[in-house]
Ligand binder design. Structure first.
Ligand SMILES: C[S@@+](CC[C@H](N)C(=O)[O-])C[C@H]1O[C@@H](n2cnc3c(N)ncnc32)[C@H](O)[C@@H]1O
Length: 464
């Protein structure tokens, strides 16, 4: 395994493509053998799919449909093999030089070897396929297109001291706990990207880098913030961190201990804010704290919120239920249109955030803490005395199955579902369709470009 143990990606230094790079780690049982294959299609995670002479499925890292390649199998499994490209014999027109030198090593991005159009088309295809498995055909799928680079405003970076005593800062390699040492990142927003090389250099000057668990970076329009998980306090390094933060003009906070959730601020506590500009209403300023859920891509979030408001086009005094409401990302803009919004959120901290945000922006939102995985709670919410005119659903990755099952019995005329997991979305959509809802609009948003993750928006209407 040529790359094992190397601290830097070869391409950054040599200009080579990340295509033939082998996976980070190989299980002891793996037997490597080679063969020539034609790639048939892409799997959901972006790997190429082919079949060997015996008909066994082979997943090939960073191989594209239509390509012919000599591949080496690095993991044998009972039902499929996992392989990487040794030599590319025929190249797809969709293939591009990955913009990041760490692509193929770092597990953060999976699709940088495809042009942007192909990445978007792949996500649409994943969605269509998952829905087809549920017996649902999707017609036109819209696109909310955002910036193609430097969009990610939040990241968690691992810190490790390797066997040779070198300090590593970066993301995990794909399917591995191995840390890939990076000093640049193609998807991080520019202020965080610019900070990375300094941060990397700085960490090597710490007296006890082993005591750093991980680092979180966050940037808003007005400031950048660095949070350190300090496994054990170290007075000398705390002072070093402070000096570094001052030099870089960033806010600094630290958690002392492995489990602590309370931050010690080593700078003025930053006022973290998100400004949402929705047509026809004054800008809304939402405040939040580190650790709160925050959509990672500010530009695409703005587009997404605007699209949901447009789809639901609330009339003044209509009643809207916003489930999994976070800090009020959808609740406030809907309330800004004059709707009476009832926001439900599992975290009581976020409920108080919604209340504060609504009051500061002078919009009316009634916020409540509730566990939306509990079916009695969900039913009680849906059979409210005043029926809801519309509903927003923006659950975490595991979806909102309990809610969608209950929506058959307690129908709501219009429903906007925002999802970060197309598989649970397809499952939940099947419940809705079986209960009499029709899909009126579908859009995929560029929330996580260059990665295999995707964000989808759907508008359903109840037709009975
Ligand atoms: C994907 S986030 C969406 C937040 C918000 N709608 C936004 O756009 O920023 C999902 C939210 O669901 C909340 N959540 C997770 N599990 C929950 C549950 N069982 N009941 C209620 N809320 C839950 C999380 O706290 C988080 O704020």
């Amino acid at each position: 395994m040529a790359m094992l143990g190397k601290r830097r990606p070869s391409r950054a230094a040599s200009g080579k493509s990340g295509l033939t790079r082998k996976p980070a780690a190989k299980p002891a049982s793996a037997a490597e053998h080679s063969g020539t294959l034609v790639i048939e299609r892409l799997a959901h995670d972006g790997r190429g799919v082919s079949h060997d002479a015996a008909g066994k499925t082979v997943f090939i890292d960073r191989a594209l449909p239509g390509e012919r390649a000599e591949v080496a199998v690095h993991i044998n499994r009972k039902r499929f093999d996992e392989a990487h490209v040794k030599t590319l014999l025929h190249r797809s027109e969709q293939r591009v030089e990955p913009p990041c030198g760490y692509f193929g090593q770092c597990g953060g991005c999976q699709l940088q070897h495809m042009n942007i159009e192909a990445q978007r088309a792949h996500k649409l295809e994943v969605l269509r396929e998952l829905f087809a498995r549920q017996g649902i055909h999707l017609d036109t799928i819209g696109l909310l297109a955002g910036s193609t680079e430097h969009y990610r405003r939040r990241a968690r970076l691992g810190v490790k001291v390797d066997g040779q005593g070198s300090v590593l800062l970066g993301f995990r390699a794909a399917h591995s706990h191995r840390l890939v040492d990076i000093e640049q990142c193609h998807v991080l927003v520019t202020p965080l990207q610019k900070l990375l090389p300094f941060l990397r250099e700085f960490i090597t000057t710490l007296e006890a880098p082993k005591l750093v668990g991980h680092i979180e970076l966050l940037a808003t329009d007005s400031e950048s913030m660095l949070l350190v998980r300090q496994l054990k306090e170290h007075a000398g390094d705390a002072r070093r961190w402070q000096t570094f933060a001052e030099q870089q003009s960033i806010s600094l906070g630290a958690w002392a201990g492995r489990e602590t959730t309370e931050l010690n601020w080593y700078s003025a506590v930053p006022a973290l804010q998100e400004t949402l500009c929705i047509e026809g209403q004054a800008p809304l300023v939402l405040t939040f704290a580190p650790g709160d859920f925050l959509q990672v891509n500010a530009e695409v979030n703005q587009l997404m919120v605007a699209r949901v408001v447009e789809w639901l086009s609330p009339e003044p005094d209509q009643h809207i239920l916003d489930l999994f409401a976070g800090m009020g990302n959808f609740s406030l803009p809907l309330a800004g249109k004059g709707a009476k919004v009832h926001a439900v959120e599992g975290s009581s901290t976020m409920v108080s955030r919604i209340k504060t945000n609504a009051a500061r922006n002078q919009v009316e939102v009634n916020a409540q803490q509730a566990d939306l995985s509990d079916s009695d709670t969900v039913k009680a919410l849906l059979k409210a005395q005043t029926p809801f005119d519309a509903l927003v659903l923006d659950p975490p990755r595991n979806g909102a199955e309990i809610v969608c099952q209950a929506l058959g019995r307690y129908p709501v005329p219009r429903l906007a579902y925002v999802s970060c997991d197309p598989a649970t979305l397809a499952r939940d959509a099947a419940h809705l369709v079986n209960a009499g809802y029709r899909i009126k609009q579908v859009a995929v948003a560029d929330m996580f470009l260059h990665t295999a993750h995707m964000e989808t928006l759907m508008l359903f209407e109840y037709e009975g």
